[in-house]
Unconditional design. Structure first.
Length: 185
């Protein structure tokens, strides 16, 4: 009786490089234009399965107090209890529950997004990961991009003001883009 030996599947752990990663958002202001902002202070881990990407996972966190929109007064208001309430909810987290090919060479990564004390299932469209590459210090790196759209009211972020001309000051839909670079652990 002949026996065959197969290589067992392995996983690779990748740590998010906060110096080369960022999360951006845009939201409608006064129903006439978009305001953009970003978060620094990202951290996370990608566990990549070697033979079946659907068995991969991601666990990430964002320091909400790192918000920056280019206007200090607006940033202070966004950190207040009217919006993110960073004193009470200092981080936003995402933990994947499912990874599926999306047909465009990328993946739909679904998981639990926790923001402002509310947990909702959210799906990110992910491009990548890129092919691994070596940096000048011998580290192996990969990169990916992820996008999604949320309704801020689903997360209890409902502050708004009516405009004299009709409409509202802050839109409900928030487009999120993440550019992430990971270092092999």
């Amino acid at each position: 009786m002949a026996s065959t030996t197969s290589n067992p599947a392995t996983t690779t752990t990748w740590k998010l490089d906060p110096a080369h990663s960022h999360a951006e958002f845009k939201i409608k202001h006064m129903m006439i234009s978009n305001v953009k902002g970003s978060f620094n202070g990202l951290s996370g881990t990608l566990t990549e399965h070697s033979t079946d990407a659907t068995l991969s996972s991601v666990d990430a966190s964002v320091d909400v107090s790192s918000i920056s929109t280019g206007d200090a007064q607006r940033d202070t208001h966004l950190k207040s209890a009217d919006f993110f309430d960073v004193e009470k909810y200092p981080t936003m987290t995402f933990k994947s529950t499912s990874v599926k090919p999306n047909g465009d060479g990328g993946y739909n990564v679904t998981g639990d997004l926790v923001l402002h004390g509310q947990t909702r299932q959210q799906t990110f469209a992910v491009e990548g990961p890129s092919a691994p590459g070596k940096d000048p210090w011998g580290n192996t790196r990969i990169g990916l991009s992820a996008t999604t759209k949320i309704n801020r009211k689903d997360y209890g972020l409902s502050w708004n003001a009516a405009l004299e001309t009709g409409g509202i000051l802050v839109g409900d839909d928030v487009n999120i883009t993440i550019e992430a670079q990971f270092i092999k652990a």
